[in-house]
Design a binder for this molecule. Structure first.
Ligand code: PGI
Length: 485
C-alpha cells in the first residue's frame, strides 16, 4: 500500500524519557523527578528504582540521534519542550489578562508583549537556547517537526506529588487540581511559541491528558504522580486540562498560523458480543468527552454549548498501542482480563494474539477501526498516529508490529480517513516512567551504560518502507501478526 507524497513517517520522543543520561544534564525541578526518586515510592514498588539521569542522553547526543532518524528515512519527528527546564522558578507573578464567565470559568487569557518580556526574564535562557539548537538541527536537515509542549512532568512549584499523596491536595501545590495551572500553562505556551515559532511545522499542547488524570487519581497502583485516589480529583484535573489546552491553543494561534493540536491516548474500546449501546455511553462520558468539548463544545455535563472550548483543535494526535475489551454485564461494560492492556507479559491473549513484554496484546486491526471511528465522529479533523510501538527487548515482535499497524493506518487512509502520518514510539530505547528501563520501545537499542546505539532489525524494516514510500510487497507477510505466534 502506497503512502501519499507528504505522508509524515517518523518517530516521537519526549523530554523526560530521553534527555537524561549525563552528569550536568539533569532537570530535578519537576514532579516526576521527585516522584521516581522518592524512597517510599521505590520501597512500595510504585516505581522501579531506575532513574532518568541514567537515560539515553538525548540532551547531549541529539545530533547522533537525528543522524539515525535521517538514516532510517524519517521525514518527521515529534519532539518536546520540558516546562520545568524553561521555567524552573514560578511565573505566578507575571500579570496577564484573565477573563471569566459568571460561573468563574477562564474564558480568555491575554498574554501581551509586556508579559512575554517578563517571562523572558524569568526563563532559563540556557535551556531555551539548547532547545532551539536541537530543533534547528532537525529542521536544517529539511525535515518536519512537531513540537509538543507538555508530556507529563509539571514544574515542582506547581505540583508537589509526594505531599499530595500523603496529605491530600489541599495542603500542597496540587498541579492540575489547581485552576492556576490553566493560567501558568498558557503563559508557558505563549512564551515557547513566541521563542520558537519558526521551528515548528505543527504544534501540540499536551500529550495524553487522559492518562495524566486517570493514572494520577484513578488507577493509583500504576505508579504515576500523585497516586491520590479520588474520582472527584480526576474529574477536576480533567476539566482544568481541557481549559488549559483551549487557552494555550488561543495563545499559540495568536503567534503563529501553524496547526495546533492535541495528542490523546486512544485504545480501541470493544465489547465481546453486543451491548454496543452501553459501550457507546461509556465512551462518550469517558474517553471522548475531552475531544467532544474541543471540537463542538458539547458534553452532557454542561447545559449549554461551551463556546470558549469549541473549535480549539486543528489536528488530533492518536496514540494507539492496544485495545480494551469489555463484557456487558447487567447493562454495564466490565473490562476483561486476558485482552488488550491486561495480558501476561510475553504471553498470548485470550484471542490468541501475541503480547508484548509489557503484557499488551498486539491488535493491529484496532488501529484501523479506531481511525474509522474517529473520522466519523470528528468529520474533517486531521489525524496523525503520534505514537504506536511495542515493548519488545529482543525485537521478536516489533517488525510485525510495525508493518501491521502501518498497514492498518494506510488502509484507513485509502478509504478516505484524513490520517496524515505515522510516528513510531520510539526511535531509541528510553526511560519508561514508573517502569524504568526494563520496557524497551526503541527501533534502535540503547546500551544505557555506554550510551551506544545499536540498530534493531525492525529499524531496517522501517528504513525499507520509508525509502520505498510504501510497504514493499516483500514485507507484506509481516502485516499479519498471527503468523508470528
Ligand atoms: O508506554 C509507552 C508510551 C510512553 O513511553 C509514552 O510516554 C506515552 O505517551 N506510551 C504508551 C501509552 N502512552 C505512552 C498508551 C497509554 C498508556 C499510558 C500509560 C497505557 C498504560 C499506561
Amino acid at each position: 500500500m502506497k503512502m501519499s507524497e507528504d505522508f509524515m513517517l517518523g518517530a516521537s520522543l519526549s523530554p523526560f524519557q530521553f534527555e537524561g543520561g549525563f552528569k550536568g544534564d539533569e532537570d530535578p525541578n519537576n514532579d516526576w523527578w521527585v516522584w521516581v526518586h522518592d524512597e517510599e515510592n521505590i520501597i512500595a514498588g510504585l516505581v522501579s528504582g531506575d532513574f532518568p539521569e541514567n537515560g539515553p542522553g538525548y540532551w547531549r547526543l541529539f545530533k547522533q540521534d537525528h543522524d539515525l532518524a535521517e538514516k532510517l528515512g524519517m521525514s518527521t519527528l515529534r519532539l518536546g519542550v520540558e516546562w520545568s527546564r524553561v521555567f524552573p522558578k514560578p511565573t505566578l507573578d507575571v500579570e496577564v489578562g484573565v477573563e471569566r464567565d459568571e460561573e468563574g470559568r477562564v474564558i480568555s487569557i491575554e498574554v501581551d508583549e509586556k508579559a512575554v518580556e517578563k517571562l523572558d526574564e524569568l526563563a532559563n535562557q540556557e535551556a531555551v537556547k539548547h532547545y532551539i539548537e536541537m530543533f534547528s538541527d532537525w529542521k536544517n536537515r529539511g525535515r518536519k517537526l512537531i513540537i509538543n509542549l507538555y508530556h507529563w512532568p509539571l514544574p515542582l512549584w506547581l505540583h508537589d506529588p509526594v505531599k499530595v499523596r500523603k496529605h491530600g491536595p489541599d495542603r500542597a501545590p496540587s498541579g492540575w487540581l489547581d485552576e492556576k495551572s490553566i493560567i501558568e500553562f498558557t503563559k508557558y505556551a505563549a512564551y515557547v511559541a513566541w521563542k520558537m515559532k519558526d521551528l515548528a511545522d505543527m504544534w501540540s499542547t499536551m500529550n495524553e491528558p487522559n492518562v495524566v488524570y486517570e493514572q494520577g487519581y484513578m488507577f493509583v497502583k500504576g505508579g504515576f504522580p500523585p497516586g491520590y485516589l479520588s474520582l472527584e480529583a480526576a474529574d477536576k484535573a480533567k476539566i482544568n486540562m481541557v481549559y488549559a489546552h483551549a487557552r494555550a491553543y488561543d495563545a499559540v494561534k495568536k503567534i503563529t498560523s501553524k496547526p495546533v493540536g492535541l495528542i490523546y491516548a486512544l485504545p480501541y474500546f470493544e465489547s465481546l458480543g453486543g451491548g454496543d449501546e452501553a459501550l457507546e455511553g461509556m465512551k462518550s462520558g469517558g474517553i471522548y468527552e475531552f475531544l467532544d468539548l474541543l471540537s463542538n463544545g458539547r458534553s452532557i455535563r454542561f447545559t449549554s454549548t461551551r463556546k470558549e472550548l469549541a473549535g480549539r483543535i486543528d489536528w488530533l494526535g492518536v496514540n494507539y498501542y492496544s485495545r480494551v475489551v469489555f463484557k456487558i454485564i447487567n447493562g454495564k461494560p466490565i473490562a476483561q482480563w486476558g485482552y488488550g492492556f491486561a495480558c501476561t507479559p510475553g504471553g498470548v491473549s485470550k484471542a490468541g494474539l501475541p503480547c508484548s513484554d509489557f503484557g499488551w496484546e498486539i491488535y493491529p486491526r484496532g488501529l484501523y477501526l479506531l481511525l474509522k471511528e474517529l473520522a466519523s465522529r470528528y468529520s474533517g479533523l486531521e489525524l496523525i498516529v503520534t505514537e504506536n510501538g511495542v515493548s519488545d527487548k529482543t525485537d521478536r515482535l516489533r517488525p510485525s508490529y510495525l508493518v501491521s499497524h502501518l498497514h492498518n493506518t494506510l488502509k484507513a487512509a485509502s478509504e478516505g480517513v484524513p490520517v496524515k502520518g505515522y510516528l513510531h514510539w520510539s526511535l531509541i530505547d528510553n526511560y519508561e516512567w514508573a517502569q524504568g528501563f526494563k520496557q524497551r520501545f526503541g527501533l534502535v537499542m540503547v546500551d544505557f551504560e555506554t550510551k551506544k546505539r545499536y540498530i534493531r532489525p525492525s529499524a531496517l524494516v522501517f528504513k525499507e518502507i520509508a525509502l520505498a514510500k510504501k510497504i514493499p510487497e516483500e514485507l507484506m507477510h509481516l502485516a499479519n501478526i498471527e503468523t508470528y505466534l
